[in-house]
Design a protein around this ligand. Sequence first.
Ligand SMILES: Cc1cc2nc3c(=O)[nH]c(=O)nc-3n(C[C@H](O)[C@H](O)[C@H](O)COP(=O)(O)OP(=O)(O)OC[C@H]3O[C@@H](n4cnc5c(N)ncnc54)[C@H](O)[C@@H]3O)c2cc1C
Length: 819
Amino acid sequence: MFEWSHSAVREKLVVVGNGMAGMRTVDELLKLDPARYDITVFGAEPHVNYDRIMLSSVLAGEKSIDEIEINSREWYEQNHITLYAGDAVIAIDPAARNVTSDSGLVVAYDRLLLATGSIPLVPPIPGLKLPGVCTFRDIKDVDTMITAAATQKRAVVIGGGLLGLEAAWGLKRRGMEVVVVHLMPTLMERQLDVPAGRLLQRDLTERGLNFFTDGQTETVLGTDHVTGVRLADGRQMEADLVVVAIGIRPEISLARAAGLDVNRGIVVADNMSTTDQNIFAVGECVEHRGQCFGLVAPLWDQAKVAAHHLAGGDTLLFAPQATATRLKITGIDVFSAGQLNAGEDEDEIVLNDARQGAYRKLVLRAGRVVGVVLYGDVSDGAWYYEQLRKGTDVSDIADRMILGQSATTGGGAPAATDFSKMADDAQICGCNGVCKSAIVQAITDKNLTTYDEVKAHTKASASCGSCAPLVKQLLAATLGTELTAEAAPHVCKCTSATHEEVRTGIASQGLKTQKAVRAAFGWQSEDGCGSCRPALNFYLLCAWPGEYVDDSRSRFINERVHANIQKDGTYSVIPRMWGGTTTPQELLVIAEVARTYDIKEVKVTGGQRLALYGIKKQDLPAVWGELTKAGLVSGHAYAKGLRTVKTCVGLEWCRFGTQDSTSLGKKLEHLTWGSWTPHKFKMAVSGCPRNCAEVSIKDFGVLCVDSGFELQVGGNGGIELRGTDKLCHVTTEDDVLEYCAAFMQIYREEARYLERTAPWVERVGMEYVKSRVVADEAGRKAAYARFLFSQRFAQDDPWAERAEKGVDALEFKPLVMEA
Ligand SMILES: Cc1cc2nc3c(=O)[nH]c(=O)nc-3n(C[C@H](O)[C@H](O)[C@H](O)COP(=O)(O)OP(=O)(O)OC[C@H]3O[C@@H](n4cnc5c(N)ncnc54)[C@H](O)[C@@H]3O)c2cc1C
């Protein structure tokens, strides 16, 4: 440890660059030793420090310049920082220890911090100096684009990387016709592999962007103003605005002129000092052990290290971590980190559902994740990234890891909300490097109760904002029962509306389509995203049974038909076995199917069914056809709906049995199969308190006793083990069915999508559940009636249709059953 200085005579620190890394370093330094330095900051831009990341959102019209300001003028004054904004440093004299600015100021320093960032790459193409051409780096560029979009029509963006696409989308949102010219065959090729890049292009094309890939810009056309762009292969397009976004290079000119070691960037040691021990450097301008940087997450680590040494410390060293990339185009979900493709001795696991626009790839080396690419559903991004960052040995789960955290760990909440299983040092905010424990500690130590407070105190989600929903969920989870309405999670990042607000709005405003809901709540994205579409689909199904038609595209991958793809590319098929029973005839059919189609494995599942594994894709229709003919229906093994009703043999065979648990289990299964619920729903019936069917870890469990039936709810045997709570005691089987249906109906009408009964019961409290299901007899009967009505439109067995239409028609459809 070292002691911070409290000297009355302050040293002089000059900072060159009023950007993100420089000012973060100052921020860290003020926390460590606010009295150590007189600080002078020079910024080439005429602004206070702002969040450069958010320029994309400003261009897209989602934020104003004021909203992206990080430090106000008052902040500089309060912290006794002299700011020269709009006055670039033009020379450093390391021997005399002073800098000279463009306006002629000469300021002495004891320590100098270089944070000059990057400058956009502009290739030597004729015409790029014409009016109407700009880059995408700062407020001035954004102003140029916004002004052009107000009066002009056609824009060409050169560069189909992250910045180019965000620029193109922003211009499109401002009404321009936009063509993206990209040198490579697929977009964002540095962050996405070829299939993901293609999906991205397909989705952006659907949203109205145009692409010229494999396009080498030869000339920018025009005499007084840009008029078009010609490519080397002769393709040509008209343009009123050309945006060049092909990359960046570190701004090293000052450092080089001052005689510091430079390469691609300013060469720094692990303590962020340059070759002059009085001069430190941070941000995109540096090169550390041969590596330069283009995302903010590593810059925050650099800032901490530089501040530590500037404050007199000598222990903290910079060691770059893998970074994760997200694209900030609302409704397009992309996540990538690490290696894109497997090399020798490495494995790739891929799940590609091109029709549904979902794609996942993991690259593994020696049982460890070294790369992840997600497109469409990125909810598991944080979990994969955590494994990658920590180098966790995932050999044991590698075979199913591609299906995501909940599939891998056998159930439970999705990765984003699975905080109890999340390591303390798991990163929540990649941009600002804020981990779970830092947020939890801030919430508890400082009694934070709102998202804004958490953001202000921890900086989590204060940059690109994509982790805001996760931060809100962590706040809610940490506050537990003290959850305030304000802390209730938003449906997703497309909206600030909570689940409850949306559900209420759907009913009270009569909203009957996803589009109408998005319009009513001012969704930021026209089409929603992979998180809100399944949620809205469920809420609408639940609110308007028989009226709203289920949208099979709005499903999580596990639920969609490809979800039963196995790691070797074959499929599994799991017939329903009512109450865990079967017949010789069914067994013969299953055996015959398994033999005919060379099915590798027939396995008894935990839910008392026979699962067929290793079916080739081309055999699926025939397998479904054979099973359907024999009356075997889908077990909905991947549904957010009723899964299984597990039973013991009960009174009929067991000498301890008190009731006929098997037949009661079958009745419950026939009553509830095909029903949609916010998450999967499992049941069990045990014939006596020995509880062989494991009632106490089910969503709804029935424990048979001599005097009747003890009903239990809210159990979970997955990652977050939770024993059931006793609901009540009833005396007849009819009561069991009524209470079960009422509980299920109230759960599905009131829980948040993807909330299992266990957290729901904890959130609302058992007293509340009892008050609705037990105490309020009329309310229970009404809920039972609503349940029965909804069941007329429950999911049918999808196999019959699939068998007829073949593998390309893998869709669930609602069924109108006999009244
Ligand atoms: C549109 C856009 C979107 C982005 N989105 C993301 C994202 O989603 N996620 C992510 O992680 N990163 C993103 N980035 C990258 C991120 O903004 C940068 O990594 C970060 O800003 C770099 O910080 P820096 O301090 O090194 O450079 P900057 O923030 O650029 O600051 C450098 C400052 O130094 C000034 N300067 C240069 N020379 C001098 C001089 N001689 N005298 C005085 N001042 C000088 C410059 O004018 C500039 O203001 C994005 C960048 C852009 C442009």
